[in-house]
Ligand binder design. Structure first.
Ligand code: SF4
Length: 356
């Protein structure tokens, strides 16, 4: 709930409005996860809250720690659907990659999450709680995050197929009385849900946008990302162009391009990609993401030399290009690897149950 909803809620319990603000600050700013720990509330009110509400609904089934410090959490909703969240420690500011859905209805062939299908979309509360749980695990309940937090909506699910709950979660997290993670600290990645790209363009306070491209032609993109059959590249890039026209000076807009060995990483693909973006007069930079191995998917990461060559072709045609460093590959926490894995595949890695 956002602060105003909590205020209305406590008023229905016969409590004054300021109690709602107190509860919001306790759950969001101090990141307490149960009402009994809000000791500055009268005991009778805490008892009443316990009777009619729950402060947290996700439980952590397992967490996995990578040799690079990345942490992957496999959480469960109250109705037992898997939710995956990744905490990536970084020098200047940590990043949390959250999920917007349990599973995903899109069928990107290079992504393991696709094999789960859509289990269900997450509520705004479940989206926010992933961040609370990851921060509490990394820093302890109630502590200030030492380096601040960036969020990326690149976990399981297509965020723009859960648009309203996503935007509500972002509003809740932006509150200065709560987590205070403003949209400028958030990047949302979409596979290309064109109407929602246009909707986002109308928002004043909005996250940064990333578009997952994966291919420079409809023929190849139809294969790798079947959503392309619904919104082909011409339509997608026209929406991107319109979106780019609304960008404010401090906003980032990027294209993500997963690099699959022998599939979409040739010099011809690089030239096609550069021509496509230039023809649509797009200035957005391109992030190249070497594919993360995800058995049983039949793909392999492009070699370093291929990635470097691809990058230099894009750069030579005026496209700003970066190569993303994979994090947490060993614990299946990297892009495209999330599939609610537990048990045998990762049994040799550190696994600590911290939830109920
Ligand atoms: S890449 Fe993203 S949109 Fe595509 S199937 Fe995976 S989670 Fe869904």
């Amino acid at each position: 709930m956002c602060e105003s909803e909590l205020v209305s809620f406590v008023e229905t319990l016969g409590e004054p409005a300021y109690r709602g603000r107190q509860v919001f600050a306790a759950l969001q700013h101090r990141r307490l996860t149960n009402f009994d720990d809000i000791t500055d509330l009268p005991q009778a009110f805490r008892n009443k809250l316990n009777e009619v509400a729950t402060a947290s609904t996700l439980t952590v089934a397992s967490r996995f720690i990578s040799e690079d410090g990345t942490r992957r959490y496999l959480m469960k909703t109250h109705d037992s659907f898997p939710v995956e969240t990744v905490f990536i420690p970084e020098e200047r500011r940590d990043t949390i990659c959250f999920s917007s859905q349990s599973g995903c209805p899109l069928q990107c062939t290079f992504c393991l999450t696709a094999q789960l299908g859509l289990l269900r979309s997450l509520t705004a509360a479940e989206i926010v709680e992933q961040i609370v749980i990851a921060l509490n695990d990394a820093y302890g309940v109630g502590t200030k995050t030492p380096r601040g937090t960036n969020l990326v909506g690149m976990g399981a699910g297509e965020p723009f197929l859960n648009f309203d709950e996503l935007m509500k979660a972002l509003r809740v997290m932006a509150s200065p009385e709560g987590l205070h993670i403003v949209p400028n600290r958030v990047t949302i990645s979409t596979a290309g849900i064109v109407p929602r790209i246009r909707d986002l363009a109308a928002f004043e306070d909005r996250p940064h946008l990333a578009i997952s491209l994966a291919a420079p032609t409809d023929e190849l993109r139809n294969e790798l990302m079947p959503i392309n059959k619904k919104w082909p590249l011409e339509e997608l890039l026209a929406a991107c162009r319109d979106f780019e026209r609304t960008l404010k000076p401090n906003e980032r807009f990027t294209f993500e391009y997963v690099m699959l060995d022998g599939i979409n990483d040739s010099e011809e693909h690089a030239r096609q990609l550069a021509n496509l973006l230039n023809r649509h007069q797009l200035k957005a930079k391109v992030n190249l993401i070497p594919h993360n191995p995800a058995e049983p998917l039949p793909y392999y990461p492009s070699t370093e030399e291929t990635v470097a060559r691809f990058r230099s072709i894009l750069e030579s045609k005026g496209i700003h290009t970066y190569v993303r460093r994979p994090r947490g590959r060993d614990i299946f926490a990297a892009c495209g690897q999330l599939a609610a894995r537990e048990g045998t595949t990762i049994s040799s890695l550190e696994s600590t149950s911290v939830g109920a």
